[in-house]
Design a protein around this ligand. Structure first.
Ligand SMILES: [Mg+2]
Length: 223
């Protein structure tokens, strides 16, 4: 049975329960501007990058969404997220063990996140900088953020592997779309937003259930 060439992990909602922290920061920003973020728009942001999320947020609040408005909102939210990340990042169930098992099996690993580098580096203090062979952040893909395939393609390029030989671990529809467009097989573990089964994806309730030996079967099924 073929082992994957690498396991490519999303961060927010997949390895750490940070989507709830993003919700706090976004709600705080909305309150700061005298408004309230709608649930539907919040769900649309899950798995998105900062620029797209800020545009959605400002439009939802009925505020101007020019480039400078977006930049100002992004730096406010990033500052609030830095405080929240600094208070400690909760792991998603089984995520810590999954990272450890991947290493024990000698699998190459990447972190592929829509979150910007400064916040990701803070999160890596919890995740372990040594947990990943490469890391790709939301501000390192020339604006081609998830659901564009580029973040996963870039991680595969940096690892020197074929994306079709990789398993991506994702929690959001946006992230799953990105990984599948890159040609990866997907292990989908929904967090805030429900996900459906698909021809190149396997759905799990939690990373705690995941046996990495099963990943080979994903390729057999996808072939
Ligand atoms: Mg995610």
């Amino acid at each position: 049975m073929a082992q994957p060439a690498a396991v490519l992990f999303d961060m927010d909602g997949t390895l750490v329960d940070s989507e709830k922290l993003w919700t706090i920061a976004l709600d705080d920003y909305a309150a700061h501007r005298g408004g309230r973020l709608s649930q539907a728009v919040r769900e649309e942001m899950v798995g998105s990058n900062m620029t797209r999320s800020m545009r959605l947020l400002l439009v939802d609040l009925g505020l101007p969404d020019g480039n400078s408005d977006i930049a100002t909102a992004a730096s406010w939210v990033a500052r609030r997220m830095t405080e929240l990340f600094g208070e400690g990042l909760p792991w998603r169930p089984g995520a810590q063990e999954a990272l450890r098992r991947a290493k024990e099996l000698g699998l190459r690993t990447a972190l592929v996140t829509s979150t910007i580098r400064p916040l990701t580096d803070l999160a890596l203090d919890t995740l372990g900088h040594e947990s990943f062979d490469v890391t790709v952040c939301g501000d390192e893909v020339d604006g081609k953020n998830k659901p564009d395939p580029e973040p996963y393609l870039k991680a595969a390029r940096l690892l020197g592997v074929d994306p079709a030989d990789c398993v991506a671990v994702e929690d959001s529809p946006t992230g799953v779309a990105s990984a599948e467009a890159a040609g990866c097989v997907v292990l989908a573990v929904p967090c805030e937003v429900p996900l459906e089964e698909g021809p190149r994806r396997t759905l799990r309730d939690s990373l705690a259930e995941v046996d990495f030996a099963e990943l080979g079967e994903l390729f057999t099924r996808a072939a």
